[in-house]
Design a protein around this ligand. Structure first.
Ligand SMILES: *Cc1c(COP(=O)(O)O)cnc(C)c1O
Length: 399
């Protein structure tokens, strides 16, 4: 084994990526320019969406998605507790309130039945209904979007897909990002995700008006009068700030890397899928629950989380396994600490016990290393460590 630490995820940069970035550095544009547009158009075409708006992170994309959907302080956004904090924080940026919907114990995604029950309860008791529901395609596997879309039309809320884990995944013959079932889909290009631009994100939509708003909020809320407009003759330098926007633009340097990585996305995902199948095989017989594979589409396999058996030892076993891996230079990780148990959300009134399925899942889960450039040899190292761990454990408990 190389002395290099094996992480749970790692980017894969090749000579083409480096050349693409260098070419941009030698060109006229460094901040948002033609390569950003090309990255947007290529990803929109790949996903089958009408528009894509590139920004400097998925967190920014979530923020402007909420702004484009006119989320404000009297509104409520519902999301899953089994996600990165950014999926909920975007509501708070808009002064909206946040609520959560528990997960399905098999898919670890937001449970459509739990959402239906919560909506019905809210309606029957005159509680606030959500303006927007943000579903998260956990580990790269799409949520049951047709069920969520039906609830969206019944209860009149808008849908955002946080597909930070799921660029390149599919659902019912459509690519995630097609926005067939949602208003806006978000991708992340953080280095640990499927493809990277260093930092970066994208918001996709089929709605022309939403695309315009996303562009507006990305860049200071400023528009330039179109050529031929009468005021341009008098004041050709004119721009109008029509709303309160931000500087969330992606640079050409980041876009060049993202666009170059996008050429290899299928290769990356094929490799992740092959590795996941190998894990399934090599871990069989071990006391671990393997991730569920839906037959409704392809997962992008951002993560490979295994669960300890659901017993009183789960928490202690998971900690021992985590420490054992780290002692041997393998960076296993835990996804996710339920968002509602974070101190910030505790201060807003959420408590442990609010979402028992996500909490039970969290106590038991461990993400094994998985990334597009992972070798069989690296994977065997992980599997051998698991064998050693469980052999030692069974010898101990026999003694
Ligand atoms: C990574 C991630 C984000 C944030 O992405 P950034 O590009 O780092 O801002 C949001 N949601 C989920 C589910 C993520 O995994």
């Amino acid at each position: 084994m190389s002395s290099r630490r094996l992480p749970y995820g790692r980017q894969h940069i090749d000579a083409n990526d480096i050349e693409a970035v260098c070419n941009v550095l030698k060109s006229d544009f460094i901040t948002q320019g033609p390569v950003v547009t090309q990255f947007e158009q290529t990803l929109a075409a790949y996903c089958g969406a009408a528009h894509a708006v590139a920004v400097n992170s998925a967190t920014s994309a979530l923020h402007i998605a909420c702004l484009a959907l006119e989320v404000g302080e009297t509104d409520s956004i519902w999301t899953t507790p089994n996600t990165f904090v950014a999926s909920a924080n975007c509501a708070r940026y808009c002064q909206a309130s946040v609520d959560f919907v528990d997960i399905d114990p098999q898919t670890y995604n937001m449970c459509p039945d739990a959402l239906a029950n919560k909506l019905e309860h809210a309606r029957d008791h005159d509680l606030v209904l959500p303006k927007v529901v943000i579903v998260v395609h956990f580990a790269g596997q799409s949520c049951e979007m047709d069920a969520f879309a039906k609830l969206a039309s019944k209860y009149h809320f808008r849908l955002i897909e946080d597909a930070s884990h799921a660029v390149g995944a599919s659902y019912k013959e459509q690519m995630v990002g097609s926005c067939q079932y949602s208003d806006i889909t978000i991708f992340s290009f953080h280095p640990v995700k499927i493809i990277t631009s260093g930092e970066g994100g994208m918001a996709l939509t089929n709605n022309d008006a939403l695309a315009k708003k996303l562009q507006l909020f990305r860049s200071h809320g400023v528009i330039r009068p179109e050529k031929g407009h009468s005021c341009v003759d008098d004041e050709p330098w004119l721009y109008h700030q029509v709303d309160l926007g931000y500087n969330y633009r992606m640079t050409e340097v980041h876009a060049a890397l993202g666009l170059s990585q996008l050429q290899r996305i299928d290769e990356f995902i094929d490799r992740r899928q092959a590795l996941a199948l190998q894990y399934n095989e090599k871990l069989s017989g071990m006391p671990l629950v393997q991730p569920f594979q839906s037959d409704l589409g392809n997962s992008a396999l951002h993560l490979y989380p295994v669960l300890m058996p659901d017993d009183n030892d789960a928490k202690a076993t998971r900690l021992a396994l985590f420490q054992f891996f780290h002692q041997h230079g393998v960076g296993v990780n835990v996804h996710y600490i339920p968002v509602h148990t974070q101190p910030y959300y505790y201060a807003l009134g959420f408590r442990e016990g609010n979402y028992p399925i996500a909490e039970n899942y969290y106590q038991r889960t461990l993400s094994l290393p998985l990334f597009g450039s992972m070798s069989d040899y690296e994977q065997d190292t992980v599997v051998e460590l698991l064998h050693t761990f469980y052999d030692v454990a069974s010898i101990r408990s026999a003694a």
